[in-house]
Write a protein that binds this ligand. Structure first.
Ligand SMILES: Nc1ncnc2c1ncn2[C@@H]1O[C@H](COP(=O)(O)OP(=O)(O)O)[C@@H](O)[C@H]1O
Ligand SMILES: [Mg+2]
Length: 399
């Protein structure tokens, strides 16, 4: 299996390159999977296809997947996960919260490594492209097998021996549950799999790390650090992609015209989504904002002569609530008058239209099985009522 990992600072273009690589690879006849391991998934947006936690075919030969840590934990890591949840529950943490809390930062990294190992074992794909989280997390991801090795030899084995002694004596008396043998068995299995992951990733004949960067000083500095650490851990850095380079003829090719018209469209979307939240626009400076003078200019452009610590708005602009089987969204619409308001739920969003004025609101997960059943307008606030047609379906999101 060929493994290609794109990494780099946030926003440099990792997801775009992963998706592009996937398409090009599939077009050459390689059975290809692109996996997003960044929990702020945008792979589906880049490919313009909704993706889920399972590999989904999106084109001939091309599959894509956005890792969902909760799903993966429940599926593959039941023993460890179950123990951590019961440990928290014993401390009085509500189960629904405990399930969220045990998802430690970095868990999606671990999960994606295990997934990689299982794809390699099952030979399901010729090529796997990993679209990763920003560099710091990816470095932790790649160093994880080494860290595991240390924990195993120093911590887990010792604990297991202690637990064997402790269970018969204190197990029944203590409020805190002791890990079962199943817990340790699955940790050991994990350990074995991580060793294999390390072998896979450090094999320069099949695996590559590709660094994505932009020609900006801060981005270069972070990439330089990443490069050193990747070499330190023995990962084959095989390509550098310098993205977002302005073409030399930018000035007289209509290039800027296109940039400006895209920008106008996107500024319109910002207005629709964020409504009346106080907003400041800062120009794209010709150079990076580094050093006191440029930082002062930035502060001046944002706050003008105002105190930057002022409270610029104290109203919570959108409120979600529930009463019985009804859920409510209320939105501040200070300029609206009742006759003209239109409300429409489409997909996962609520659209509100008041004459020329539009708002688009992404609804929380808990609202998605519901329908709009009513709306009222009072004191400049629109309140929309939702009801689920049947019993609410089981939701994985916290209530
Ligand atoms: N060469 C490029 N020119 C213009 N826009 C780009 C370019 N590369 C990426 N983008 C855009 O920049 C944004 C961030 O890119 P993305 O691939 O999501 O970065 P990352 O995954 O590294 O955070 C996206 O909107 C993407 O479409
Ligand atoms: Mg990304």
């Amino acid at each position: 299996m060929r493994t290609i990992i794109y990494t780099g600072k946030g926003g440099v273009g990792k997801t775009s390159l992963s998706a592009a690589t996937g398409l090009a690879s599939a077009a050459r006849g390689h059975k290809t999977l692109v996996v997003s391991t960044d929990n702020a998934h945008s792979l589906g947006d880049a490919l313009d296809v909704p993706l889920g936690p399972d590999a989904k075919q999106v084109r001939p030969n091309l599959f894509a997947q956005e890792i969902d840590v909760l799903t993966e934990m429940e599926r593959h890591w039941q023993q460890v996960y179950g123990y951590l949840v019961s440990l928290l529950a014993s401390q009085g943490v509500e189960e629904i919260t405990a399930k969220e809390v045990v998802i430690l930062p970095g868990m999606e990294l671990i999960t994606s490594l295990l997934l990689l190992e299982s794809y390699e074992r099952s030979r399901a794909f010729d090529v796997v492209v990993l679209d990763t989280a920003p560099t710091a997390d990816t470095l932790r991801l790649l160093s994880f097998p080494d860290a595991m090795e240390w924990y195993f030899t120093h911590v887990f084995r010792m604990q297991r021996r202690l637990v064997k002694v402790a269970r018969p004596t204190v197990g029944k008396m203590m409020k805190t549950p002791l890990p079962t043998d199943g817990f340790f068995a699955s940790l050991e299995e994990l350990y074995t799999r991580f060793r294999r992951v390390r072998e896979i990733l450090t094999d320069p004949k099949n695996s590559s790390v590709r660094l994505v960067l932009n020609p900006e000083r801060m981005v270069i500095a972070e990439t330089q650090r990443a490069f050193t650490y990747l070499c330190l851990f023995g990962f084959p850095v095989e390509m550098l992609v310098v993205n977002r380079v302005f073409p030399p003829n930018a000035e007289n090719s209509g290039y800027l015209q296109t940039v400006l018209s895209q920008q106008a469209k996107n500024l319109g979307t910002i207005q629709e989504v964020f409504g009346e939240i106080p907003r400041r626009e800062v120009p794209r400076y010709p150079e990076e904002v580094i050093g006191e003078e440029r930082l002062r200019r930035l502060a001046q452009d944002v706050f003008r002569d105002e105190d930057p610590t002022r409270v610029f708005a104290s109203q919570i602009p959108i409120r979600f609530s529930s009463r019985g089987r009804s859920k409510f969204v209320s939105i501040d619409l200070p300029f609206a008058s009742q006759e003209k308001i239109e409300v429409d739920m489409r997909g996962d969003s609520l659209y509100v239209r008041v004459g020329w004025y539009k708002r688009a609101l992404l609804l929380p997960y808990a609202f998605l099985d519901s329908r709009v059943t009513g709306a009222t307008f009072r004191d400049g606030r629109l309140t929309v009522e939702f009801q689920s047609p049947t019993e609410p379906r089981r939701s994985r999101a916290p209530a």
